[in-house]
Design a protein around this ligand. Structure first.
Ligand SMILES: NC(=O)CC[C@H](N)C(=O)O
Length: 379
């Protein structure tokens, strides 16, 4: 028998279930993710810092966990909420069951709750803060009070919290690389030097850059533009990351400086929002955001639709785009802006996740576009 656990939301809703991770309590913004696979990638994605994730797919844990599927060196989600934890797990790559993985990473998690009811609650009310209590001494009133005490993600700069302390080089390519993939593994490694701003970077972004023949240097979020320029990058990648983009003034300032040079810039998710802010647009907090692996996004130039992986709670307000920024992609779920491109600079960005992990790889060719920009900058 697993110990009791409960999830309380700031609106007073209570969900009772059983504990599957570490005993204790945790608070955060509760978000639902609709992906059917990829729970380990989701838990280790730094963009989930201070968020409690509930997965709408009902059976979570079936394939265990392994060393390859993590997107960073540790779990960043503040907690996990699921419907059914299976009695056993099975996969040729599995090394550890999910409950042991959660306990080892000190993640408070709850199973056996009605995740449909919870998801409907979040869809109706929008993002809600919550508290999970697991094991000894759980107390409904205290859990509601803890949920209400969480200040929410608006105004929270979390890129600084999850970023690397020091600069490092990255040389690992994608282990998932298949012969049919159109990546340029044969090209000389190090053809382009890409400096990646780590606002909470996922490993698969770094792996895909290596697959494309790039030499990769990762720098802390607060690295100044001048310091980055001394590294002589051929291109700069602005990574994904947690929290509100608006308070990240150090990054916005650095990007403004890069925009005065003719250096290729590629922003992903938080990086996309930061590029927009640096260019004069504004961002907004969405009602419940996009978290899933099957979101249709349209390329506005070609009409082509891509099925994409998404994980964001803020968005760039399309009405505020300056004349120098052209919208390139839009979500077919809610019409929100998904991509932008500078009309007179070598800079573009995407709100979803071209690196997938988890999710479909439809939009991975955006990495080729970045390579093409670096090529163009050289000629
Ligand atoms: N995955 C991301 O980079 C998320 C960006 C930002 N924290 C948001 O929630 O919108």
């Amino acid at each position: 028998m697993r110990p009791d656990a409960l999830l309380a939301l700031e609106d007073g809703s209570i969900f009772r279930g059983t504990a599957i991770g570490c005993p204790g309590q945790t608070v955060g913004e509760v978000v639902f993710n609709t992906a059917m696979t990829g729970y380990q990638e989701i838990l280790t994605d730094p963009s989930y810092c201070r968020q409690i994730v509930t997965l709408t797919y009902p059976h979570i844990g079936n394939v265990g966990t392994n060393r390859e599927d993590r997107e960073s060196s540790r779990v960043h989600a503040s907690g996990l909420v699921i419907r059914d934890y299976p009695a056993t797990f099975s996969n040729w790559r599995a090394q550890e069951p999910l409950d042991a993985f959660l306990a080892r990473n000190q993640v408070v998690a709850i199973a056996d709750i009605d995740t449909r009811r919870l998801t409907r609650c979040l869809r109706e009310h929008g993002a809600l803060n919550g508290c999970i209590m697991a094991g000894e001494g759980i107390d409904e009133a205290e859990a509601i009070a803890q949920a209400r005490a969480f200040p929410g993600l608006k105004g929270m700069d979390l890129a600084q919290v999850v970023t690397t302390d020091t600069l490092y080089g990255w040389s690992e390519g994608s282990w998932r690389l298949e012969k049919s993939d159109s990546v340029s593994n044969e090209k000389a490694p190090g053809r382009f030097h890409v400096v990646v701003y780590d606002f909470g970077v996922k490993h698969n972004i770094l792996r895909l850059l290596v697959d494309k023949g790039c030499r990769v240097t990762v720098v802390p979020a607060r690295t100044s533009a001048d310091e980055v320029l001394t590294l002589s990058p051929d291109g700069i990648l602005l990574s994904n990351g947690p929290g509100d983009p608006e308070p990240c003034d150090y990054a916005i300032g650095a990007i403004r400086q890069f925009l005065t040079q003719s250096i290729p810039l590629f922003g992903i998710c938080l990086g996309h929002q930061l590029l927009a802010l640096a260019s004069g647009a504004t961002t907004v907090k969405m009602k419940f955001g996009h978290h899933g692996a099957n979101h249709p996004v349209q390329d506005l130039a070609t009409g082509e639709v891509f099925i994409t992986s998404q994980n964001h709670g803020f968005a760039v307000n399309e009405n505020t785009l300056p004349a120098s920024l052209k919208p390139t992609h839009r979500s077919l779920f809610d019409g929100t802006l998904q991509g932008i491109q500078h009309t007179d600079k070598l800079a573009f960005s995407f709100q979803g996740h071209p690196e997938a992990s988890p999710g479909p790889r439809d939009i991975t060719p955006l990495f080729d576009r970045f390579i093409a920009l670096m090529q163009a900058a050289h000629t």
